[in-house]
Design a protein around this ligand. Structure first.
Ligand code: NI
Length: 287
């Protein structure tokens, strides 16, 4: 596993993101897209907790194919270049943007929501792997280069237009930063740290856009509140900052569902407490 070049690492440090990286061959990406579509179809048919958890935030606890993907040698090589040899996976998420949808995501920082310690804001990053082509027309992600050096910005909740799910919106002067649109072929990915400001657009094409995200972090990173859990995918964990998760046995099995439910509830309790604190301190306000 080759990992990133020195140039890619310095781009990531300067901009807060780097792209495009080749991860899967086109046939592998097509195969994974079919697997994801099957996973979502089965989950929808089952309904209940399976349907609620199918898109994330911990698909790697539900199904073996996702567990295998987060251990892909190329991804682990990339992760090692950025966070060192002891690596946790902390989240996995399927992003589907249907044609003609009206959802865009406002400019925001992931660090606001995920509430990691100050080291974790930079020693944690997200892989955003395209399973279909991504373009400005189909509402791909965009980054504001260098915004990770601004610290955590104030955000407003629900600042979008009526009926649009835009999430929290960062308050910053867009004109001071270079915008980069994430245009990728299937099997390519972008990487971004937890502080860089990003958003995404509306899908104006006739095709569904699908991406798979994996959150990696160094075992030395700690959540600001405990407990939370993560999966050790490389090296050793001598820090014990996260409860270690267990890989699923098969796809959408009962045990995986039970463990995933427990892990997601643990995560939600922590993030809800963090959100209450942000409202108190004024970093998050209602629009
Ligand atoms: Ni985000």
């Amino acid at each position: 596993m080759a990992g990133l070049t020195q140039r890619q690492v310095s781009d990531f440090q300067r901009d807060g993101f780097v792209l495009p990286l080749d991860i899967l061959a086109e046939e592998e990406a097509a195969e994974l897209r079919d697997t994801v579509a099957g996973h979502l179809a089965v989950s929808r048919r089952r309904g209940g907790a399976t349907a609620a958890l199918a898109y994330g935030p911990k698909v790697h606890l539900l199904s073996s194919w996702a567990d295998r993907l987060v251990r892909h040698p190329t991804l682990l090589g990339v992760a090692e270049s950025l966070v060192g040899p002891d690596i946790l996976v902390w989240g996995t998420q399927i992003f589907v943007k249907e044609p003609g949808g009206d959802t865009d995501l406002a400019w925001h920082q992931d660090a606001l929501t995920y509430d990691l310690d100050s080291q974790g804001r930079l020693a944690a990053f997200r892989v955003w792997l395209a399973l279909t082509p991504t373009s400005v027309e189909n509402g791909t992600m965009r980054f504001a280069a260098g915004t990770h050096r601004e610290g955590i910005l104030a955000h407003r909740r629900g600042a979008g237009l009526q009926g649009m799910m835009r999430g929290d919106e960062a308050t910053f002067d867009e004109s001071r930063f270079v915008r980069r649109d994430v245009t990728l072929r299937p099997g390519q990915c972008s990487l971004h740290n937890m502080l860089v400001v990003h958003g995404s657009g509306v899908n104006r094409t006739d095709e569904t856009r699908i991406a798979f995200a994996v959150d990696y972090l160094a075992t030395s990173v700690s959540p600001r509140r405990r407990p939370d859990s993560a999966l050790l995918v490389k090296g050793a964990d001598t820090h014990g900052n996260f409860v270690l998760e267990e890989s699923p046995d098969g796809d959408l099995g009962e045990d995986g569902l039970a463990r995933c439910t427990e892990a997601v509830e643990m995560r939600m309790r922590r993030l809800q407490a963090a959100e209450a604190e942000r409202r108190k301190t004024g970093t998050l306000t209602d629009a």
